[in-house]
Ligand binder design. Structure first.
Ligand code: URA
Length: 215
């Protein structure tokens, strides 16, 4: 019987992590990420690598992390500019947060065909970019939007509702908060629980970063 071996490390994931870690600043990181071909299926189908939005200051109040670009994001090269983005913008404004002062990122930077959930190797290969983005931006607070982002930070066994109720998770010296993805809020409708929870969580984050008096 063949001996059990540990899984082979993904050389592409290692390569991305090495290149990303060497990027001295956001502009360099973004330029290199835009030519990434670590995931052949995604690279062949994409229009743009959606690197992310960052404030002009380079120091966001909060970094929001979603799953992966959708069709509109792939088309424009910017994160959260489709239907989910419109709801995110509305709820951020209602909470008192200015999107221009925040970073908006994704776990995976290229659109998975048909908007499927990114596969584990794709997440692994893209992780070097997100790790370095967070290091360079150094946000005091991070908000994981939805399960894919929550799992990226907290591990594959993460349960969204439980992680959300937990409140602040210490993550590399920062406060990490988990909430619903705007697409869940859209799916359950304007009177659904995910939308109310997302709105309340964004108010809480705005309070924590000093942008409103009370949640
Ligand atoms: N959904 C995401 O997770 N990210 C985007 O950028 C857009 C939709």
């Amino acid at each position: 019987m063949a001996a059990l071996r540990p899984p082979r490390p993904d050389a592409a994931a290692d390569e991305v992590a090495r290149i990303a870690a060497a990027a001295p600043d956001w502009a360099t990181l973004a330029a290199v990420a835009r030519s990434c071909v670590a995931c052949p299926e995604l690279a062949a189908a994409r229009r743009h690598v959606v690197v992310g939005d960052v404030p002009v200051s380079g120091r966001p109040l909060v970094a929001f992390v979603g799953e992966a670009p959708g069709a509109t994001e792939d088309e424009t090269g910017r994160p959260f500019v489709g239907k989910s983005g419109a709801l995110l913008d509305q709820l951020l404004a209602e909470a008192g947060l200015d999107r221009a002062e925040c970073a908006v990122l994704n776990v995976v930077k290229c659109r998975p065909p048909g908007n499927r959930t990114p596969k584990a190797p794709e997440v692994a290969r893209c992780s070097g970019w997100l790790n370095r983005q967070i290091e360079l931006l150094d946000p005091p607070a991070i908000v994981a939007l939805g399960l894919s982002a929550a799992k990226w930070f907290l591990g594959p066994r993460t349960v969204l509702a439980r992680a959300r109720e937990h409140g602040a998770h210490p993550w590399n010296g920062r406060g990490l908060y988990v909430t619903y993805h705007p697409s869940a809020a859209i799916r359950f409708g304007p009177n659904g629980a995910p939308r109310a929870a997302l709105a309340a969580d964004l108010r809480q984050v705005a309070y924590l970063v000093g942008k409103r008096d009370r949640p």
